[in-house]
Design a protein around this ligand. Structure first.
Ligand SMILES: [Zn+2]
Length: 197
């Protein structure tokens, strides 16, 4: 099957180790069938490329620049102008570097200054939530199997609100959120919401 990835196994002073495909960190000593380290896995789960069009559709740039970066007046006008000028280039760069958060993209493109602050480390969905969007509408979950446990040809990224209730329960029961408390809480809240309606 094209695109199938195999673990990277390196001999390391005789013992051997499995390395992460993305960052080359040692996942564990000896052979394992893991492809990615925990950190890369969590980034990929949180930042699939498919979230970018969702973000672009949902974001209100004026509010984002104004509210989150607490900019106003001339400063806000200037950054909005720069964003408009470089918008297409910015989207192209982001699609090529989907591991980056939108704030990193804007800083790298010289659209906004690299001001110190927690905002830089916020995930894109966190920014949208602060702008008043509902997490269940904008946070995507990668679905790999059909209801009948048939492997899909490719991962289908689906908003939480569109996942079947028994699927969400199965994700929680099976530990597929891999200890990621953001997703675990989101799934629990979604189940509660459905129970009450
Ligand atoms: Zn890695």
């Amino acid at each position: 099957m094209p695109g199938t990835m195999y673990p990277i196994y390196k001999f390391n002073g005789g013992r051997g180790a499995t390395l992460c495909h993305k960052c080359s960190v040692i996942i564990n000593n000896g052979f394992s069938n893991k492809i990615y380290c925990k950190k890369c896995e969590s980034i990929m789960q949180m930042r699939p490329k498919q979230r970018i069009p969702v973000f672009l559709k949902e974001v209100n740039w004026q509010s984002l620049i104004g509210l989150l970066w607490e900019m106003d007046g001339d400063e806000k006008t200037e950054y909005t102008k720069r964003l408009n000028e470089k918008f297409d280039e910015m989207v192209e760069y982001w699609m090529k570097n989907p591991d980056l958060r939108v704030t990193q993209v804007l800083v790298n493109m010289g659209i906004i200054p690299n001001k110190q602050g927690f905002w830089y480390y916020k995930e894109d969905h966190e920014l949208l939530i602060e702008l008043g969007r509902e997490a269940r509408d904008i946070v995507l979950w990668g679905v790999n199997y059909t209801k009948g446990m048939k492997l899909l040809p490719k991962t289908k990224w689906t908003p939480i609100k569109d996942l079947a209730t028994d699927h969400i329960q199965a994700i929680l029961d099976g530990g597929y959120a891999r200890g990621n408390s953001f997703y675990i809480n989101l799934f629990k809240e979604e189940l509660k919401l459905r129970e009450s309606t």
